[in-house]
Design a protein around this ligand. Structure first.
Ligand SMILES: [Zn+2]
Length: 291
């Protein structure tokens, strides 16, 4: 059993009650199964698979990185909407938030591969990007290891392979248990007064809008819309927290590979350029999360 605090998957996807069981239930179906199935249907019809490419891993790689980026930006959103104090760098704090949100209580064959793919993407990016010490974000390799640390901290046995694959030293793996606990408890403490109670009704306040994509982004836009992954994350945030303002999630062309939160406009933007980069990585990278 993992020491989870934030329960993304069960609330939004309506997992069966027995998903909270500490023992592995062979009839367990990932709450992400429906999202995966929709993505796979679209993928097989419109994107296809190259020989030697593992379609399932590619799809989970794509979904994992999109989900993590969405949670990263919603982390910024929660900080500004609730005026949450941040000690240290906000980019690191919201990376942690995004990683924590993707670690379920029990092993999940879909979500686990999605979150490992996030570290794979950072490691991959780290091979090609210049080391920039002044950036507001940590360096790609550090962000990759931050994901791995949360994983092996939450589940030292289940994610040992991920930490070993990333060559994380044993003593560091052990220290991650403390780091995971401290980080997840801290986030929970900061957010607990903002949770919607079961009795509270909250009008939908997060609206997802897709800008009509130009030719080169038609497939990736179609994949996003078909899977509903953007809506899934937005809906989870909307039904979990007492967000004071309406929020727009805009999926659009930006002219750069990016995603961002605009506090004054209460607007989250996910750029087609960024999700297209994830799609390119998903179809070319031999993910270490392949099993
Ligand atoms: Zn950020």
């Amino acid at each position: 059993m993992r020491y989870y605090l934030l329960i993304f998957v069960v609330i939004i996807f309506g997992a069966a009650n027995n998903s909270f069981s500490a023992t592995i239930d062979k009839s367990y179906v990932s709450p992400f199964q429906g999202t995966y199935d929709k993505a796979e249907n679209y993928w097989l019809e419109n994107i296809g698979s190259k020989p030697n490419n593992n379609t399932r891993s590619s799809i989970l790689y794509f979904l994992g990185n999109v989900t993590n980026t969405m949670f990263h930006e919603f982390g910024h959103a929660l900080i500004s909407e609730f005026e949450i104090p941040v000690l240290g760098r906000e980019e690191d704090a919201v990376d942690s938030f995004a990683n924590i949100m993707m670690i379920s209580e029990d092993p999940d064959p879909i979500l686990d591969e999605m979150i490992v793919a996030v570290s794979d993407e950072y490691f991959e990016e780290g091979k090609f990007s210049e080391l920039v010490a002044w950036d507001e974000h940590s360096m790609n390799e550090q962000r990759a290891y931050a994901v791995v640390c949360m994983l092996v901290g939450a589940d030292p046995v289940g994610f040992k392979h991920a930490a070993d694959n990333a060559n994380m030293p044993k003593d560091r793996q052990e220290a991650c248990a403390f780091e995971w606990g401290k980080t997840s408890v801290s986030w929970n403490k900061l957010l607990e007064e903002h949770y919607l109670s079961a009795k509270e009704k909250h009008a939908p306040r997060i609206i997802v809008q897709y800008q009509k994509p130009e030719e080169k982004y038609i497939k990736v836009a179609g994949l996003l819309e078909a899977s509903g992954i953007i809506e899934d994350v937005a809906e989870y945030i909307g039904v979990t927290y007492k967000i004071p303002n309406d929020i727009i999630v805009s999926v659009k062309r930006c002219g750069e590979e990016n995603a961002f939160w605009e506090p004054d406009n209460h607007k989250l933007t996910m750029c087609y350029e960024l999700v297209d980069k994830y799609l390119a990585s998903a179809t070319s990278t031999q993910s270490t999360s392949n099993k």
